[in-house]
Ligand binder design. Structure first.
Ligand SMILES: *Cc1c(COP(=O)(O)O)cnc(C)c1O
Length: 434
C-alpha cells in the first residue's frame, strides 16, 4: 500500500498525539514502513534520518539485531505475567543491574514516563505520611519543566501550551526559577545563573519545607523547554538544600538517562544521588513502553509494616513486562560491551566540529551542546517556523521537529559522518532560506 493510502486511513482512524488534527491535512504524518539503524523508511522506499530518536526514546537505532534477538528469545518463554504475586528472571536481573548502576534499589515499574512521575510523587508523599509528617503534601518544580501529561505529572509540569487548558483539574504546585543558562545577563556565566536559581530555591524551601514533600526536576537539560541546558552546580545545590530542609529530590532522568548527557545518568555530573530516580524512554532502547522508579533503602524501609495500607499499593497491568525488561537488559549489555559512552564522546566531538559553521549562522542564537544533544534558537523565527522547518527538512530526508524557535538534534548513538553531514547541510540550507 502507498504512502497516500496509509495517510487517508490514519486521518480516518487515528487520533495522533500532541497534534491539532485539523492541521493533519497541511502537515501529514510520515507513513513509516520500517526502520534501519538511524533511518526511517516510508512506503515508497524513501529514507529519512531520525534526528530526534523517535521522540527521544531510541538509543541504538531501529531494528537493532541484539535487542531484536533478546525480545524474540523472551517471546518463546513468557511474554507477560502479573508482577503482584509472581516474579520472573528479566525483572529481577534488570532491578539488580539498575540498582548497581544508580546506587538506588528496589525498582518499581510503570509503563511510561508519566506513570513513573506519578509513582515518584505518590511514593514521596506516602513516605512522609508513614514517617508521621502527613502535612508534607506539596511539590516544587522548575519553571518550564516537563514531567509528563497525566494529571499528577501535569501538575508539576510547567509548559503553558500543555497545561493551561487543564488548569482547573490540576493540583497546585510551586515553580521556582529555572537555571536555564540562556537567562544569563551579558557577561554572566552559566554557573552564576545556576547559583542565582539555587538561591531562589533556598528562599522557597526556607519558607515552605514543612509542607513540601519533594522537588522534582529534569537534570542538566530541560527537554520540552527547548533543550534548555544548565550548569551542574544547580543539581549539587539542590541536593544540599533538599538535605538541609528535609525535602526529597526526584531526579527525572526519563529523557536524559542512558548516556544522553554524556554520562550514563545526568546526575553523575553533579556527583549526587537523588532520593528517587525516574527512568523510561531510552530504558528499552526505544522498543517497548517501560518505566522504573528507583529509590533509597531509607524510603523503602518506611513502607515495610504489618499494616497493608502502609505499603505502596500502586500498580499498572503491564508492570515489569518481561519483553520490555529483556529489551532493557539488552540495552545495558550494549553499554557494557560496546563502550558506548566513550564512543559517543568521539562521535559528539565530530558532530560538534561539523556544526561549527551552523553555530555562527546569523540567525542562530544560544548554540548549545551536551553529550548527544545539540540545540539552538532561531532569531526572528517566522510564525509557523517549527512546522515549516519540519516539512522543509523532511523533503530533504531529515526527520526533525523544532520546539517553537528551538531546533535540536538528538540522534541515535549510531550516526556516522554521512548522517552528520546531512543534519548540518539540510539545517544550514533551511536557515539560509529564512
Ligand atoms: C517524556 C518525558 C516524560 C513523560 O514520559 P511519557 O513516556 O511521554 O509519559 C516525563 N519526564 C520527562 C523529563 C520527559 O522527557
Amino acid at each position: 500500500m502507498s504512502n497516500a493510502a496509509w495517510l487517508d486511513r490514519t486521518r480516518a482512524a487515528v487520533w495522533h498525539p500532541c497534534t491539532q488534527m485539523k492541521h493533519l491535512e497541511a502537515v501529514p504524518p510520515l507513513p513509516v514502513a520500517r526502520g534501519e539503524g538511524p533511518w526511517l523508511i516510508d512506503h515508497d522506499g524513501r529514507r529519512y534520518l531520525d534526528a530526534i530518536s523517535s521522540w527521544w526514546v531510541n538509543l541504538f537505532g531501529h531494528a537493532h539485531p541484539a535487542i531484536n534477538a533478546a525480545i524474540t528469545d523472551q517471546l518463546g518463554k513468557i511474554e507477560h505475567v502479573i508482577l503482584a504475586g509472581c516474579t520472573h528472571g528479566p525483572v529481577v536481573e534488570l532491578s539488580e543491574r539498575l540498582g548497581q548502576l544508580t546506587g538506588l534499589g528496589h525498582a518499581f515499574y510503570g509503563s511510561d514516563g508519566a506513570s513513573a512521575t506519578e509513582i515518584a510523587l505518590k511514593m514521596s508523599f506516602h513516605y512522609w505520611r508513614n514517617r508521621g509528617r502527613p502535612e508534607k503534601t506539596g511539590f516544587v518544580s522548575l519553571r518550564n519543566g516537563y514531567h509528563g501529561e497525566t494529571l499528577g505529572a501535569l501538575s508539576v509540569t510547567d509548559v503553558a501550551l500543555f497545561k493551561d487548558t487543564y488548569a482547573p483539574l490540576l493540583r497546585q504546585s510551586h515553580q521556582v526559577p529555572t537555571p536555564d543558562a540562556r537567562r544569563a545577563a551579558p557577561g554572566q556565566s552559566a554557573e552564576a545563573v545556576a547559583l542565582e536559581a539555587a538561591q531562589a530555591l533556598e528562599a522557597y524551601l526556607a519558607e515552605h519545607a514543612e509542607t513540601t514533600a519533594a522537588l522534582i526536576l529534569e537534570p542538566l537539560v530541560q527537554g520540552a523547554a527547548g533543550m534548555a541546558m544548565y550548569h551542574p552546580v544547580y543539581l549539587a545545590r539542590a541536593r544540599a538544600l533538599c538535605d538541609r530542609y528535609q525535602v526529597h529530590l526526584i531526579d527525572d532522568e526519563i529523557a536524559m538517562g542512558f548516556g544522553r548527557t554524556g554520562t550514563l545518568f545526568a546526575c553523575e555530573q553533579a556527583h549526587i544521588r537523588p532520593d528517587f530516580m525516574c527512568l523510561s524512554k531510552g530504558l528499552t532502547g526505544g522498543y517497548l513502553a517501560l518505566s522504573a522508579v528507583l529509590t533509597t533503602d531509607e524510603v523503602y524501609a518506611a513502607f515495610l509494616d504489618d499494616d497493608t495500607a502502609r505499603g505502596f499499593l500502586h500498580s499498572h497491568s503491564y508492570t515489569g513486562n518481561p519483553l520490555a525488561c529483556r529489551a532493557a537488559l539488552a540495552v545495558l549489555d550494549l553499554f557494557e560491551s560496546e563502550d558506548v559512552l566513550a564512543r559517543n564522546a568521539a562521535r559528539a566531538a565530530r558532530l560538534t566540529a561539523r556544526l561549527a559553521e551552523l553555530a555562527r549562522h546569523p540567525r542562530v542564537r544560544h548554540f548549545r551542546h551536551l553529550g548527544m544533544i545539540w540545540a539552538f534558537d532561531v532569531a526572528e523565527a517566522p510564525t509557523d517556523f517549527a512546522r515549516d522547518f519540519h516539512q522543509g527538512a523532511l523533503a530533504q530526508g531529515l526527520f526533525i521537529r523544532p520546539m517553537g524557535a528551538s531546533v535540536y538534534f538528538m540522534p541515535p548513538y549510531v550516526i556516522e559522518d554521512p548522517e552528520m553531514d546531512l543534519m548540518a547541510d539540510v539545517t544550514g540550507r533551511l536557515l539560509d532560506r529564512l
